[in-house]
Design a protein around this ligand. Structure first.
Ligand SMILES: CC(C)(COP(=O)(O)OP(=O)(O)OC[C@H]1O[C@@H](n2cnc3c(N)ncnc32)[C@H](O)[C@@H]1OP(=O)(O)O)[C@@H](O)C(=O)NCCC(=O)NCCS
Length: 449
């Protein structure tokens, strides 16, 4: 890594003069040009340069929801006009997301913010000099008090110039709310980020090949196979923008109950990212953008998930209703149109509707609803050249249903890619609690960014 003469030219990562700040538009573009090879997937450079600002304009990321960061050696007081001369030693971004948690021994759900950190990157010429480490250490601290910290910084720097995100000093999304954690999904294993304060959480998933020899089962065959009592009906309703908000609200209501139950039962902090409409829309926007490039002229899928409802009338006075739903997205790799192996349908969130049920679901009925969801996801994968369906960190109940489905599958413990990792700040940033004290409920793909 560089000659001695060159080394003298690089600032020490511990140097107090290095600052964490925001990139200019030109610096952002330069960073994308360089990291296109890492994260461009099937997009060529011009399309990648369009996708990044496009995603930043979605409702989750717009208006301060997403913030880009760099570590640089130029003083914060340097005028913007001089910024083309400063060096970008490392870069990343964060997206603000709503989170729900119940403190240990708590009996009510609190709301706060969590920051998803992404695109941690060091320009090749600067690698191995601890610049990423320095940037992350500073960012981990800054986000504890973000965005108040930003207001202070702005006051400190003279004037009210628009900042490098192209925003003036307007409100940011998280204003006045508490940040309780930051999280990232490491693609470089479990050690690097853990040593900087973001320990790894469960990183398992189950994958189902969409090309399994078993032919796809339609609703009548599923009913037939599950040997349901007379009077059983199965209804499938696609998830799309029209019913997404309702599903999110129902999911959150149920998740809140689960968080309280979990915290009480385990005497630990129970935490979840809120399954918010804007979060799913961000994933879908990403899919739409990529799919339009990989399959030009093809309309984006109208089926972004499935709701399976099984009703048993069974001659009884009271009908029993069991509902399971999944929300999914597709991701496409390089050469996607001809290489299905690089494409995956990710189940972002899978919910067994337990609301209003005091008795456990009938196992056969629940299995039928789950099988219908799984077969719908496999259909959705095949229709878009995706070789597999992935579901992250299935609960024990879901593991039982997976086994009962008879579908080909394998469990994978990811050691390198997409490792959920979290720095816990706690409600008041006092850091009396550590990430070790936190149980991450619904640690599913929707949380990822
Ligand atoms: C990962 C990356 C950001 C590190 O930047 P850096 O400024 O060189 O990092 P530092 O000098 O602070 O630390 C280097 C460390 O990164 C580790 N590292 C770098 N690439 C790695 C990889 N692919 N897998 C595992 N560890 C890796 C080194 O082993 C070293 O570990 P150590 O601190 O235990 O000695 C940089 O290599 C990079 O931009 N890589 C390409 C993009 C990428 O993979 N980003 C991470 C996405 S989660």
């Amino acid at each position: 890594m560089g000659s001695l003469a060159a080394d003298a030219h690089y600032p020490d990562a511990a140097d107090r003069s290095l600052v964490l700040t925001h990139p200019t538009a030109a610096e952002k573009e330069q960073t994308w040009r360089l990291n296109h090879g890492e994260w461009g997937g099937p997009l060529d450079l011009p399309m990648y340069l369009k996708r990044e600002p496009f995603l930043a304009s979605t409702s989750l990321a717009a208006n301060g929801g997403m913030v880009h960061w760099i570590l640089t050696d130029a003083p914060p007081t340097q005028p913007v006009s001089q910024h083309e001369k400063r060096r970008v030693l490392a870069s990343c971004e964060h997206i603000c997301k709503r989170v729900l948690y119940v403190p240990r021994n708590g009996d009510e759900v609190r709301e706060g913010f969590g920051y998803g950190i992404g695109s941690v990157y060091t320009y090749p010429e600067f690698r191995g000099r601890k610049y990423a480490a320095r940037m992350l250490r500073e960012l981990g601290e800054v986000l504890k008090t973000w965005p108040e910290e930003e207001q202070l910084r702005k006051k400190r720097s003279q004037g009210d110039e628009p900042d490098s995100r192209g925003q003036s000093n307007g409100q940011t999304k998280a204003e006045g709310r508490e940040a309780v954690c930051s999280a990232l999904w490491s693609d470089i294993g479990k050690r690097f980020y853990a040593s900087k304060g973001w320990p790894a959480f469960a990183s398992g998933h189950v994958e189902f090949p969409s090309s399994s020899p078993e032919s796809p089962l339609g609703t009548p065959s599923l009913l037939e196979r599950s040997v349901q009592p007379h009077g059983t009906s199965l209804t499938l309703v696609p998830v799309n923008t029209s019913n997404l908000a309702q599903l999110c609200a129902e999911d959150e209501a149920q998740l809140r109950v689960e968080l309280i139950r979990h915290a009480r039962e385990h005497q630990r902090i129970a935490f979840a990212f809120a399954p918010d409409y804007d979060v799913f829309r961000w994933h879908w926007a990403r899919e739409e953008f990529i799919a339009s490039q990989v399959f030009p002229g093809r309309q984006a899928s109208e089926v972004r998930g499935m709701i399976a409802t099984v009703v048993n009338t069974n001659g009884a006075a009271k009908e029993e209703k069991t509902r399971v739903w999944a929300i999914w997205t597709r991701n496409f790799g390089a050469g996607a149109a001809s290489s299905p192996a690089k494409n995956t349908l990710y189940i972002l969130r899978l919910v067994i509707d337990d609301r209003g049920t005091t008795t456990p679901h009938d196992p056969k009925t629940l299995q039928l609803a789950f099988d219908a969801i799984l077969h719908s996801a496999l259909d959705g994968a095949r229709a878009w050249h995706c070789d597999s369906v992935h579901l992250w960190n299935p609960t024990p109940a879901l593991q039982g249903l997976i086994a009962g489905s008879g579908a080909a599958h394998k469990f994978v413990d990811r050691e390198v890619d997409s490792i959920p990792s979290m720095m816990w700040y706690g409600p008041d940033g006092t850091k009396e609690e550590e990430a070790d004290d936190v149980d991450w409920i619904a640690n599913e793909k929707y949380c990822w960014c």
